[in-house]
Design a binder for this molecule. Sequence first.
Ligand SMILES: NC(=O)C[C@H](N)C(=O)O
Length: 324
Amino acid sequence: MKKILIIHTGGTISMLENKETKEVNFFGGSHPLLNELNKLDINAKIDEHIQFDLPSPHITPQHMFLLSQKVSAELPFYDGIVITHGTDTLEETAYFLHLTVKTDKPIIITGAMRSSNEIGSDALYNLICSVRVAMDQKAANKGVLVVMNDEIHSAENVTKTSTSNIATFQSPQFGPLGIITKNAIFFHRTILQQPIFPVNSISKHVILLKAYAGMDCRLLAAVQEIKPDGIVIEGFGQGNLPESVVPALQAFIRASIPVILVSRSFTGTVQPTYSYAGGGKQLKEMGVIFAQGMTGQKARIKLLIALEHTTNLHELESIFESFA
Ligand SMILES: NC(=O)C[C@H](N)C(=O)O
């Protein structure tokens, strides 16, 4: 019989609705899903552990690091691990684990858009589906997977696209890796092998900025005061920025602070096409590092992890170019 560990970290999947006020929160008492699976006819030995009871907007990279250590420590004793998590920052934790946990065993993250006692709750359903995927040999060797709403997504590509729809998790441009039906699990694509970057700490400060029409140098002047270890900026289209922010970015790079560029557009890649002031070609020549095919929040997670290995801008560039 397979052995699966469920690690709970909080989020709506761990919350309840107050029937009078309609607010959703943790309301003390025991975890609403704890031991629910043992009442069902699932052919697995399931252990559960409550790691945190946090809404996911309260999750920090330190929590992700602790979770990554817990998962790595428990993996030798289980055939697969399922993590429950709030959906707001689920994709960041999923990607953190994807980049830091070395294993060929299935690691699944799931959440819920409606808490356990709400009509149409997806909490227990997503948990059951996740355990089924974690028990499936086909889920091995695919990095961290996000299971929600009958779909299996790679941590690399998945993002929360809707504020409240239960079909919120999507992989724009790529689609899910597989689907879950009543009786079977189908994978129809896989991921390329990814280098793993194990970390012993998470100690750097990386900030994420979004470009907007008319952005000027004032925000970046304020950022200079913060003295970050790295900056991720979501530029326009193929990777272009307003001319006015270029001198500040240049100053960061001269001070050996990496500036990583992704796009506000959620499909396609960033590339040095335009040579006007602030265009991608100028940014590339200036030393801005282009991160391919990922959102700003994922590039930030990757930079946080990469900076634990090197602060050399050329090495960082090859880390961002070598995989996406
Ligand atoms: N559906 C959810 O889990 C959203 C919640 N605010 C959280 O991320 O904790």
